[in-house]
Ligand binder design. Structure first.
Ligand code: OFO
Length: 170
């Protein structure tokens, strides 16, 4: 049975993952309307992955005898100045999410909930990968700068970049 404090913290994380999914969905839609089809596909995929992260938490809370809360979400930002601006926002968001996962891990340790601590290790690993990927993308974009040809190639190639290796496995 989940302790109340752990359940509340996991429900908070459900909201964060759901909001991540919405934010990336709005980013995908913006990219699509800007003619950036590759970036759009990448972001649609990323949005789906965040929904899967949310779902894993919902099911974990319910399986452990708790009650998952499906949250109301805020309206995500609907436009960006540029692709660089969009991916910088994405990177900042992932850094924030990593901090939240670390807080959750701390709470589990202080509450001696080693089962949830173990469950969360998947999220810890996932965040490392997502942050690393977002940083790689930002490095590429800053190399490209304003070069239109470079952006064209970036948009063509990003579609095939996969965010995580392990997210489909669980
Ligand atoms: Fe849920 O992994 Fe990104 O935020």
């Amino acid at each position: 049975m989940l302790k109340g404090k752990i359940q509340d913290a996991l429900n908070e994380q459900i909201k964060i993952e759901a909001e991540s999914s919405q934010i990336y969905l709005a980013m995908a839609s913006w990219a699509e309307t800007e003619g950036l089809g590759g970036a759009a596909q990448f972001l649609y995929k990323h949005s789906d992955e965040e929904r899967m992260h949310m779902l894993k938490l919902v099911q974990y809370v319910n399986e452990r005898g708790g009650k998952a809360l499906i949250p109301q979400l805020s309206q995500p930002n609907e436009s960006y100045k540029s692709l660089t601006n969009l991916f910088q926002t994405l990177l900042n968001h992932e850094v924030m999410v990593s901090g939240e996962i670390n807080n959750l891990v701390d709470i589990c340790l202080s509450e001696k909930d080693y089962t949830t601590h173990n469950f969360l290790q998947w999220y810890v690993a996932e965040q490392i990968e997502e942050e690393a990927l977002a940083r790689t993308i930002m490095d590429k974009l800053s190399m490209i700068g304003e070069d239109k040809g470079g952006l064209y190639l970036f948009d063509r190639d990003i579609e095939s970049i996969s965010i995580t290796v392990n997210s489909e496995k669980q």
